[in-house]
Structures are given as C-alpha cells and as structure tokens.
Design a protein around this ligand. Structure first.
Ligand code: PLA
Length: 441
C-alpha cells in the first residue's frame, strides 16, 4: 500500500516537473498543421455544397417563371421527373433477396468474383473470347473513381515515367487522379467550341503526333462534360491509328447505358478496339446506370496477352489495393451480382436504364424547344445533338454566375448542365433563365 502511494506520488511529481520544463526541439501541439492551406473547392462537388447552403426557399411551382426555384444541375445524379432521387426497382428487389444474409465477412482483395464476372460481360460482351480464355485481369473497384486511380497507380508502378493523354475538356477529377498517382499529363484535342462538336482532326493529329506507345484516356460513351462522342466510323479510324502508333487505350466507362439507353450499344467503342486486337484497360461504374452512387461499386480490368499474364497483373492490382483499402465493400457488389446473375432482374434493369436515358433525351428536346419558343437568338441544336447525362451548354462562367445569383440555378462554371436534374416541372424556369442571361450575347 505504502509502495503504491509512493509510486503515485512519484509519477505525479514527475508529471508536474515535465509540464513546467520547457520542451526544446518539439513543436507546440498547435503547430503540427500550421502549414496546411485550405484545399481549393472541387469544381463539381464544391458547387453542390454551395447549392445546399443556399437559403433561398425552394418554391416548387414550376414552369411559372416569376417564381423563385432553387435548382441543382451540378453533378450527374439522376432524378425522376418529380426531381426525386431514384432507387431502381431491380435494386430494391436485389436488396430484399440479400436482406438477412449471414455473410458479412471480408471480400477477397480483388472483390466479388461473381460481380466481376458479370461486369466483364457488360464491357467485353456476353460471349467474349477474352473472358473464356481468362485473359482479363480484373478487380472490383471503389466505383469508377477507384478504378481510374488504381489503374493510374498501376501505370506509374509498372511504366514509370510514362504519361497520360487526357482529352480537352474532361471530367475534372481525371486531372487529380493522374496527378496524385504521379503520372505526367498531356492533353489531346477533343471538343470544338465553334461547332460544339468533336474536333476529330485535332484529335487524330494529336494521336498521330504522340510518341509511339503512349497512354490515352478515352471516354467510352457519353463524354463528360461535353456529351459529344465520336461516331462509329470515327471510332474505327481512331482505333486504327492507335494500332499504327501502338498506343494504349484506357477507357473510362462511367455512363454505360446512359448514352443510348442500351448498355451493349454504348460499349461499341470498346468492342471496336477489341476487334482490332488492342490490349485495353477499362474502368466501369455502377454509380449512374444502377443508381448505386454511394455504394461505390465498379470494376477495373486490363486485357492481357494470355491467362498467365492476367493472373500476374491481377496479383499486382490486388497488391496495390491491399495497403490502400485492403478489400472493397460487400453490399453494392452483392446488389450488382444479384441483379446481373438473374435473367429476370437483369431485364428489369435494362428496362430501367432505358427509362432513365429516355427521360434525359426527352428533356433535351423540351429544353431546346423552350429556348426556341422564347425567341432566343442563339442556336441550341447542340442540346439535342449531345448525348448522356450532360449538356455542354456553351454558357460562359459569367453567365453561369448570373444563373446562380439571380435564379438560384447551380451548375459547374464550365457551363455543364446535368440534364439528369431537369424535369417537366423546372425546364421552363431553366429555359427562361438561360434566355435572360444569354439574349444580349
Ligand atoms: N468518370 C467520369 C467520366 C465521371 O463523370 C465520373 C462521375 C466518374 C468517372 C466517377 O464516378 P464514380 O466514382 O461515382 O463511379 N462524375 C460525376 C460525379 C457524376 C463526380 O464528379 O464525382 C460528375 O458530376 O461529373
């Protein structure tokens, strides 16, 4: 007892001594993060934050232009015609079937084998010889972003010093992903501001002039932010030139099904490259086409020369994942494999994807017609020509700022409108606001 009291006394006095003694060579506690500057706001998700902070009342009387309506057309999150987020029926049914599962263990580092198998069929085709021959190294990824990042890390580890060619413009996060993976970036021409279409000549020149064996990032369909895709014929020419130059094509396919309403048709670019014998990489995501945004489920695949190489490459992809997040999440993968593994649920999913894509296509027509009816002096043909979730409107950053400050309409400052947020109810309000800020330009 006495010993214990002594020990406590001793340690207490030691503590007092330490506290009163100046600590040389150590920073004071508050200075550890002194040099950290605030990160710049994300050009997409930062705008959504601003929308949520807007105190303007959300008066949902739509089409009546004099009323104030608060509209978020920033990120590509699908809404139904009432402006509500959508959980697909096939997802609801899959969740019902999964409910009560006793499996809550870790998935393997490469994720759900069943989910990956089904996902590869969507990109490479149901009867793909590459799947049969086990030539594809594939792992479940943290949605499309995770797949791109894993690939960028793989590129830098096994092709150190290599660069990536990225289209102008592109999804803003592509720059962050390859930057953080320490891959130097080059750009290639893609969008032609005057024609509001594809700068095919500029693109082909850049592909031709890039050093032999360069890495290129391609949007498989529904290019973000422009909504401008090459035609089938143009894809064939691009593929041929890639072949001649021995370039590597990495396809980001974040919107399969959202361009045409048919996932097989939207994979056409990839199928053309496969027919031509390219060894490509693909990022796939179920965020948009299954509405599984927050589940973070996707897939990274790399087509290899043979099965042995695919096994090796997969082992290295897993090796990259292990120290980062160890293994991917289970629930979203179970939803996807339940849907795609059941012919009935799969056909329900295909129907639901088409409904989403068709609603967006319909809204493009209504937006264009509304602007024309208002007597806009500008051409809005591109609104219906572009495809996918986004309309690259041609609005200037200043015009976007006016839309936000005067009409509470939020979108990215590059003039990208998420058509997924446009509804029968708000399209009139949107058209009027666009007309007001553009009529004198
Ligand atoms: N690739 C492209 C071309 C994308 O547009 C997006 C998402 C992703 C990958 C990543 O999606 P995922 O990780 O959720 O699967 N682009 C959104 C959202 C929809 C975002 O910026 O994160 C956009 O509004 O552009």
């Amino acid at each position: 007892m006495a010993m214990m009291a002594r020990t406590i006394r001793n340690s207490a006095s030691r503590r007092t001594m330490m506290m009163s003694r100046p600590i040389f060579g150590l920073r004071s506690m508050s200075s550890w993060w002194k040099n950290v500057e605030p990160a710049p706001k994300d050009p997409i998700l930062g705008v959504t934050e601003a929308f949520l902070a807007d105190p303007s009342p959300d008066k949902v009387n739509v089409g009546v232009v004099s009323l104030s309506l608060s509209l978020d057309l920033t990120d590509g999150a699908y809404r139904d015609d009432n402006g509500k987020p959508v959980v697909l029926d096939c997802v609801r049914e899959a969740e019902r079937r999964i409910a009560g599962t006793s499996f809550m263990e870790y998935l393997p580092m490469g994720g759900s084998v069943k989910m990956v198998e089904e996902t590869l069929k969507l990109a490479y085709g149901d009867n793909s010889e590459f799947i049969k021959d086990k030539r594809i190294a594939a792992v479940q990824s943290l949605s499309g972003t995770g797949a791109c990042r894993l690939f960028a890390d793989f590129q830098t580890r096994f092709n150190p010093g290599s660069q990536i060619y990225i289209p102008v413009p592109t999804w803003s996060n592509h720059h962050n992903i390859w930057r953080d993976a320490q891959v130097p970036q080059k750009t290639y021409h893609y969008y032609h501001p005057e024609t509001k279409g594809l700068d095919f000549k500029g693109l082909m020149d850049d592909v031709k002039n890039a050093p032999e064996g360069s890495f290129f990032l391609l949007h498989a369909c529904a290019h973000n932010p422009t909504g401008v895709d090459p035609t089938e014929e143009q894809w064939r020419e691009i593929s041929q030139l890639f072949k001649a130059k021995n370039h590597f094509a990495f396809f980001d396919m974040a919107y399969q099904g959202f361009a045409s309403g048919d996932p097989a048709r939207d994979a056409k670019s990839i199928r053309i490259f496969l027919e031509d014998g390219h060894h490509i990489g693909i990022s796939q995501s179920y965020a948009k086409n299954m509405g599984l945004y927050g589940q973070r489920v996707g897939c990274l695949s790399v087509l290899c020369e043979n099965e042995k190489q695919a096994v090796t490459v997969k082992s290295q992809l897993q090796q990259l994942a292990r120290p980062m997040y160890s293994n991917p999440p289970l629930h979203g993968a179970q939803i996807v494999s339940t849907i795609l593994g059941d012919p009935e649920l799969k056909s329900l999913w295909l129907k639901e994807v088409k409904i989403m894509a068709d609603r967006i296509i319909g809204m493009r027509t209504t937006l264009r017609e509304s602007l024309e009816k208002l007597g806009s002096p500008l051409s809005w043909e591109h609104v219906t020509k572009q495809i996918g979730m986004f309309c690259y409107s041609g609005l200037t950053p200043e015009q976007v700022d006016r839309l936000t400050s005067e009409y509470h309409i939020y979108m990215t400052r590059n003039g990208r409108i998420s058509m997924a947020g446009v509804t029968t109810g708000n399209v009139g309000y949107l058209a009027n606001a666009i007309h007001e800020v553009t009529k004198s330009s």
